[in-house]
Design a binder for this molecule. Structure first.
Ligand SMILES: Nc1ncnc2c1ncn2[C@@H]1O[C@H](COP(=O)(O)OP(=O)(O)O)[C@@H](O)[C@H]1O
Ligand SMILES: [Mg+2]
Length: 227
């Protein structure tokens, strides 16, 4: 279980806004191994989402190297990056990002639509993922008919359906009351026990304590430990 899934070497990110530029990440070095559950902490504005978006191939660093399962991601073009993202990354956002008109199971099968898996198999898999997050009996419910915690569990099922190499979660409990938040974190914990690699961003210690390893971003640099 010592296989490196993610290796970031001297990652820098500078945002250019007209004549102004801000350097958010100033040389991040981070390695994540298969099966790890890592929490990235840091105050608001410290660059947590910026870093997670780079790891999730939603954004590119200004400088530095990113190796995902042995592949140099930084050398890929946009089309290849999108493909890597679809195959290897499962993303869970603070705001769930579910399609409101679709029942839960259709939201869950969405990442498989363009992969050539047939409709029957897609639905079977979606149902299996909903069962994993304890929502099988809610499969036909639309997002508006579900609680916030249930909606986030649907989003987790969606993130799992393409058996990603890593699950990324950006403040997944940020829109939830504390009880639903803990329910969602228990799901991440049990997925990790089954072998899933998880990287979670949070500014809350209560949430970070579910992870086995905490790293903190401070002044654009990343260090192991909680500060
Ligand atoms: N697309 C962008 N363009 C310009 N500045 C940005 C952009 N995204 C984030 N920032 C800035 O980068 C800094 C870090 O943002 P972010 O990564 O969202 O922090 P966190 O998730 O830790 O709150 C903030 O100062 C934010 O305003
Ligand atoms: Mg953020």
């Amino acid at each position: 279980m010592d296989e490196e899934i993610i290796k970031l070497v001297n990652i820098r990110k500078i945002y250019f806004l007209g004549k102004v530029s801000i350097e958010v990440l100033k040389g991040i070095d981070l390695t994540v191994k298969k099966g790890e559950f890592v929490a990235i902490m840091g105050p608001s504005g410290s660059g947590k989402s910026t870093l997670l978006n780079i790891i999730g191939c939603l954004d590119r660093p200004t400088e530095g190297r990113y190796i995902l399962e042995g592949v140099e991601v930084t050398e890929r073009d946009d089309r290849e990056l999108a493909e890597i993202r679809n195959r290897k990354i499962g993303f869970v956002f603070q705001s769930f990002n579910l399609l409101p008109r679709m029942p839960a199971w259709k939201n869950v099968e969405l990442p498989l639509i363009y992969t050539g898996v047939n409709a029957r198999e897609r639905k079977d898999l979606a149902m299996k993922m909903l069962e994993k997050v304890g929502l099988l009996e809610r499969a036909e419910h639309r997002p508006s008919e579900l609680s916030g915690g249930e909606q986030q569990r649907v989003a987790i099922a969606r993130a799992l359906i393409n058996t990603p190499s890593v699950i990324l979660a950006d403040e997944p409990t940020g829109n939830l009351d504390s009880r639903s938040g803990h329910e969602v974190m228990e799901i991440f914990k049990s997925l990790n026990k089954e072998g899933a690699t998880i990287i979670l961003v949070t500014h809350e210690r209560d949430v970070a304590k579910y992870a086995e390893r905490v790293v903190t971003i401070k002044d654009g640099i990343c260090q192991d430990g909680c500060f």
